[in-house]
Design a protein around this ligand. Structure first.
Ligand code: SF4
Length: 463
């Protein structure tokens, strides 16, 4: 069963899907469970304990994990939470030393009460958190271990994949696939393009109108994110004093290239990717695509498709958005199923590499590529991101992440263009490159998997 495009492209807040969106979902899921258990036992929750392990503990400060868990415990949802209101709520928790569980029972709590275990990796996943609710006597009411497995998805020791379980799943999709070969076979059997196969699967559980409206809304949120970002200047939060560049670049490009000459295409693509990632770094609203750290790549390549592909006109623009996102989602579901989209599990190749591969596939589809050319585009984009490590300076999703999105977006465009010059026949299949990425990630030192213990994170002194 392929993962739905609506699970891969979820609306949330920055700076990290695995370190912010997933932990917030886990906090909210735990409060619901603990409240139910307390009610069933006639007990009252008097305390909550939060333990973070592995990557969540080592880069959690820079990635906003601590505040995200607390916001989740207060009942916030990543899709609807107002980042400014969340900041005010967290400040109130710090001032009063008390938090209201899902707006109800108050328990004593401050962010400093969260216990960090950066050197302890739980066996199931490097992004783990344990939550415990107890009575005044310290008798346990509820306890659960959650894992944030990338892209905002969470699993738990007892509850299965909590995020996916919350979404109606229909096993009877018409074209189930979990590999590139199966996806191509479905295209060959039906005569449908990749986006057509994905659309048939999505419309097994939603109406066609809902699917289209949902995908167009996702695109609207991507565009709004860029619009907000190019209005904001100054430095990014976190202490690195990284300057926001998108506003200034937008001003320059609007002046130097008012007609969108294709010679400037690469610079516009850079701008869109960086605008999204600067907004992500400030904790703003972004579309997880398929993660927050890599959230700028798909909007930037989609912008290219809508601006520079001659067959995309005002009349066909919405169709192009829908086909692009469905195709990108189909490829993303293969990474999610067969490897990982989590930087803490396989390094940045799983985040930026997967996003570039998805974007290349989406662009190849809009360019009119055959399913084989689309598969080839996805493969090329990942092949040249293999081995990419995750080593963010200061544990912040800023350096190298922001520029890396711009570089990867242009790489994805090149991959799609290369694939369209061929006939779809190529040496390395998408499945082979996905498996290579998985194995490379498994062999990669923990230092390079979102722990801020290696690479740029140790060689560049903090400002
Ligand atoms: S280096 Fe890559 S995987 Fe790591 S936080 Fe940055 S974008 Fe995410």
């Amino acid at each position: 069963m392929p993962v739905s495009v609506f699970d891969l492209f979820s609306i949330g807040i920055g700076p990290s899907s695995s370190h912010t969106v997933g932990p917030m979902r886990a906090g909210a899921a735990f409060v619901a469970r603990a409240t139910h258990a307390a009610r069933a036992a006639g007990a009252t929750i008097a305390s909550v304990r939060v333990d973070l392990y592995g990557s969540l503990a080592s880069t959690g400060q820079g990635h906003g994990t601590l505040g995200a868990v607390v916001a989740g415990l207060m009942g916030s949802d990543p899709e609807t939470v107002d980042p400014d209101a969340m900041a005010r709520d967290l400040a109130e928790v710090e001032d009063t030393g008390s938090l209201r569980l899902a707006g109800g029972t108050a328990v004593p709590f401050r962010l400093a009460d969260i216990v960090l275990h950066p050197l302890t990796m739980l066996p199931r996943h490097p992004n783990a958190m344990r939550l415990r609710a107890a009575e005044a006597s310290d008798a346990t009411i509820a306890e659960e271990t959650y894992y944030s497995i990338g892209g905002g998805f969470i699993t738990s020791d007892t509850g299965g994949d909590v995020a996916e379980a919350a979404i109606p799943v229909d096993d009877a999709v018409p074209h189930s696939f979990s590999s590139g070969a199966e996806l191509l076979a479905a295209c060959a059997a039906t005569g449908l393009p990749v986006s057509g196969v994905a659309l048939a699967n999505e419309t097994a559980t939603r109406s066609l109108e809902d699917v289209r409206a949902g995908l167009l809304r996702i695109h609207d949120v991507m565009e709004s994110c860029v619009d907000r970002s190019v209005e904001r200047s100054g430095t990014l939060p976190g202490g690195l004093t990284v300057r926001r560049r998108a506003a200034n670049w937008y001003e320059q490009l609007t002046r130097d290239d008012p007609e969108h000459d294709p010679l400037f295409a690469m610079e516009w693509v850079n701008l869109i990717a960086m605008a999204v990632n600067e907004e992500n770094a400030t904790g703003g609203r972004v579309v997880t695509a398929p993660t927050n750290g890599a959230a700028g790549i798909i909007p930037a390549v989609l912008y290219y498709a809508l601006t520079y592909v001659p067959t995309v006109t005002p009349d066909t623009r919405d169709d192009a958005v829908v086909r692009f996102l469905l195709t990108a989602g189909a490829v993303g579901s293969i990474y999610k199923e067969r490897a990982s989209i989590s930087g803490a599990e396989v390094g940045c190749q799983g985040e930026v590499g997967s996003a570039a591969s998805m974007a290349a596939a989406g662009l190849a589809e809009v360019l009119g590529g055959t399913p084989e050319q689309v598969e080839n585009a996805a493969e090329i984009a990942m092949e040249h991101n293999l081995g990419l490590t995750c080593d963010p300076i200061g544990g912040l999703v800023q350096i190298p992440c922001i520029e890396r999105n711009a570089i990867a977006a242009n790489k994805a465009i090149n991959a799609a263009r290369m694939a369209l010059r061929g006939d779809g026949v190529h040496h390395v299949s998408l499945d082979q490159v996905v498996e290579t990425m998985r194995q490379t990630g498994a062999d990669m030192s923990t230092k390079y998997k979102e722990t801020a213990m290696g690479g740029l994170a140790v060689n560049v002194p903090l400002c």
